[in-house]
Design a protein around this ligand. Sequence first.
Ligand code: PEP
Ligand code: MN
Length: 366
Amino acid sequence: MKIIQIKNWGFNIPDQRPIIISGPCSAETEEQVMQSCLGAAEQGASILRAGIWKPRTRPDSFEGVGEPALPWIKAAGKKTKLPIAIEVANAKHVELALNAEIDIFWIGARTSVNPFTIQEIAEALRGVDIPVLIKNPVNPDLELWIGAIERFYKVGINKMAAIHRGFSVYKPKPFRNLPMWEIPIELRRRIPNLEIICDPSHICGKRSLIQEVSQKALDLEFDGLMIETHVDPPNALSDAAQQFTPDDLGKLLNSLIQRNPVGDNPGFLANLEALRLDIDNIDSEVIQLIAKRMEVVNEIGKYKKENGVTILQMNRWTEIFDSRVMKTIEAGLSKEFAHAFIQCIHNESIREQTEVMNSSFSVKET
Ligand code: PEP
Ligand code: MN
């Protein structure tokens, strides 16, 4: 897939990592959208977000202001000179949002699960040059996520990025949606040039977990973060527990450590590979040696059995323990490790010899 990277989408966005998408969960009032977006922009957001039509789990919740909120968001974009992203969930949303000249669309997790709806939205975008962010489906199904990405690509959308917002399971404590990091990591392996944004707000469901998940996303080389920011989170009409104030957003961004992606430095990578090869070789020697030791232990077990001798001779064990611990410490390893290591080897030796001793008695497992 020839996918165009976010920095080449034609917006005036600094080419820096992480890319920050921020703004309120829902557009509630003109003032709330403007203040939340201004705050997010001031704290470093490069793309603004707000939900116009809200997919809610239960009826009778706030389902978004809808069409009247489009000009509010547009105004926030104009004022901050930043592109604005909204969620579209059907062809009608697409039509209204295109007429309102919204800059970026995102596909929500409840939409990505349904190939009919994805196809309907994709058809409405055939021939349109607009970036689309595709959230993972609510269920942990990588093929379905990739399928949604392919459907947009096939109608000509090539400005794309994925959003990882976690996966829905029954009681997914402590998160609202389980991160299951292996899924976006496998997406990266399958479509390496597709940028992936992490959405810690919807993964966590509560503010206190967001810093930790954001840092983890950066350490896993995600390209950006989508963080919900609201001027007055406790009174937000949706997702009140997970939204940050603009100040919180600033604190979060200041706290994040951007470590170097290994791929930028080929010399480092080559050295790392050489060292890892050493480790691989040493580990296989250690394993072979321990297996060899166990063969001798097995021999001794047979010998003890023939001579009617017990497995454990306490003075021999005391001598082994003391001398091996000393040698381990002399070799520069810690006392704690020495104790645990010798104990572990000894336990396995006893297990091996017990098996030898009892080898004439066996019952079949059913
Ligand atoms: C949102 O971003 O506000 C939203 C509804 O997200 P999701 O589709 O990930 O639940
Ligand atoms: Mn939300």
